[in-house]
Design a protein around this ligand. Structure first.
Ligand SMILES: Nc1ncnc2c1ncn2[C@@H]1O[C@H](COP(=O)(O)OP(=O)(O)O)[C@@H](O)[C@H]1O
Ligand SMILES: [Mg+2]
Length: 301
């Protein structure tokens, strides 16, 4: 029987409330069902955050990865997005059960996270190659959230917290909301984006190749998709110098508009900090300081 770490159990309960409790109550049955249905043995999980993810071995000794999430829009969007990317820079799907929230993925080996690369320039170059492989112009028919949905999410937070939330003042919330609107109005060509591309969602696959996992799925400006990467693995000091370098390299390699990066950076780091406060009553210091960084660099829209 798999013993779920306490912290993971608490996250599931605090994010998904009653649905999360029900899912936890049926968890052991779900594992048994997966093992029988795909003829696999599920091993100890990887370090867990929002979903149960574990390696598994099939009868023919082939290794796969089992990802179990609470069924619903978020799970569906992730799977649709992985399928849309169709293995270009993205891990491949072996099978899926949308109703039960079961995803069977190809296992990436060795599967080392990009976060393990110490040299920031090397990590940024690898990330830029993955972004180049991933991004494709979005077709009209895509049923995936857009950056306008993110704008609406921030507007809702503003409506529900008219005096600000945690360390975010009402003026900052308002500015971020207006920035979202201005950016969304001026997107020239929407792309299918990963939506959560950072150092922990890019894994090594064979000797010199790196592959993305765990997309949220987003349709929008390419410049939006570099923000999560910019916000992660930042030093406690000299944050600006590191972000400056990352932006210069990504803008050059991917032909991006740096001013749009700063503006998306401001809008998104505000939204992301709000999400952390709402989900965990806590926020990441580096994310919070990045708000000021992006604010100082942006050109009013
Ligand atoms: N296809 C895969 N191959 C190898 N390891 C994987 C694979 N998918 C996920 N992992 C491991 O599991 C961890 C959590 O998976 P992830 O999809 O990022 O879950 P979450 O949605 O909870 O963030 C990853 O950081 C990675 O270490
Ligand atoms: Mg992840």
């Amino acid at each position: 029987m798999i013993q779920l770490p306490n912290e993971f159990v608490q996250t599931i309960k605090s994010v998904h409330k009653k649905k999360g409790e029900q899912w936890l109550n049926h968890f052991n049955k779900l594992i048994e069902e997966c093992e029988a249905r795909w003829d696999i043995q599920i091993m100890s999980p990887f370090p867990l955050s929002y979903n149960f993810v574990a390696p598994a071995v099939r009868k023919d000794r082939k290794e796969v990865v089992v990802k179990l999430g609470i069924p619903g829009d978020e799970f569906n969007n992730e799977v649709y997005t992985i399928q849309q990317f169709n293995r270009r820079g993205m891990v491949g799907v072996i099978d899926v059960d949308f109703k039960k929230g079961i995803l069977i993925l190809e296992r990436l080996t060795p599967g080392t996270m990009l976060a393990s690369i110490e040299d920031d320039e090397t990590a940024t170059r690898i990330a830029s190659r993955v972004m180049k492989a991933l991004w494709v112009p979005a077709s009209e028919s895509l049923q995936i959230p857009t950056s306008e949905d993110r704008e609406k999410a921030l507007l809702k937070i503003l409506m529900e917290n008219p005096e600000g939330i945690g360390p975010i003042t009402k003026e900052t919330l308002q500015e971020a909301s207006e920035t979202f609107t201005a950016l969304n109005k001026s997107i020239e060509k929407p792309y299918l984006l990963h939506g959560d591309l950072h150092h922990y969602n890019i894994l090594s696959n064979c000797s010199d190749s790196w592959t993305a996992i765990d997309p949220k799925g987003l349709v929008g400006d390419r410049e939006y998709d570099v923000i999560q990467f910019l916000l992660n693995r930042l030093p406690a000091e000299n944050l600006s110098a590191v972000i400056d370098k990352r932006i210069a390299l990504l803008a050059e390699e991917l032909d991006l508009d740096t001013h749009r990066i700063y503006s998306w950076g401001f809008a998104h780091s505000v939204l992301s900090t709000c999400w952390s406060i709402i989900d965990h009553e806590n926020y990441d210091e580096a994310f919070f300081h990045s708000i000021q960084y992006f604010w100082d660099h942006r050109r009013p829209m």
